[in-house]
Design a binder for this molecule. Structure first.
Ligand SMILES: [Zn+2]
Length: 219
């Protein structure tokens, strides 16, 4: 598990230091056909959503997690290049206009980082891009969830461990009455979808009306 994570981190850092030149400046839209619920490969529904439907109505991403998008996310997260935030927020807004503009959203909910990680990074990238999108679209941003347990990278764990790993990972902040509200969860990257599933399940348990998920990219 540790070696899988180490290998993944090493790969990310190599991408950061030596970007693949062929992909520089290249944006790959995340286009259908994909699962109608979670936008993973699989049409009309991926096997996971058939077996275990998520509590979100849909999850969508503007782009594939590759090329210039991946580069910008890595520069932001590992290089703390906060000047990448406006561009990533623009990419998020492209997805918003495509998938979410016709809904009446009560709030944008950034997927939280564990407070220790947020302190060491200095910011939560999901919250930063959600704030810009919220300002531009006139939608309030509510930090409705708290991450109470740091979670190892999902991709490093086999599936059953992923699910149990996320149980109780998120708690309500109780700073916002979300009963019956239409909520759009915002994240930078959807990797396995487990984090979005767990956040949506928490919001649903708390009485949210509709929960959907929007990210800049899906890997
Ligand atoms: Zn699915």
């Amino acid at each position: 598990m540790a070696s899988a994570w180490t290998g993944r981190l090493a790969g990310d850092l190599l991408d950061l230091l030596f970007p693949p030149r062929a992909e520089e400046g290249h944006l790959r839209e995340h286009l259908p056909p994909f699962c109608a619920r979670c936008c993973a490969p699989g049409f009309p529904l991926c096997p996971r959503c058939q077996e275990n439907p998520p509590r979100f109505l849909w999850a969508r991403a503007s782009y594939r997690y590759s090329g210039a998008v991946k580069q910008a996310v890595l520069q932001l997260k590992y290089g703390k290049q906060i000047d990448r935030i406006p561009w990533l927020a623009e990419l998020l807004e492209i997805g918003f206009r495509t998938y979410a503009a016709n809904f009446a959203w009560d709030a944008l909910i950034p997927v939280p980082l564990h407070p220790v990680r947020e302190r060491s990074r200095g910011f939560n990238q999901a919250e930063e891009i959600a704030r810009l999108l919220g300002m531009r679209q006139g939608i309030p941003v509510k930090k409705a969830l708290l991450r109470v347990r740091p979670t190892p990278p999902q991709a490093a764990l086999p599936s059953p461990e992923r699910a149990s790993n996320l149980v109780e990972a998120f708690r309500p902040q109780r700073n916002f009455d979300l009963v019956g509200k239409n909520l759009l969860l915002v994240d930078d990257v959807i990797t396995t979808g487990s984090t979005a599933r767990e956040c949506a399940a928490r919001l649903w348990e708390l009485g949210a009306g509709t929960v959907c998920v929007l990210a800049v990219a899906r890997s």
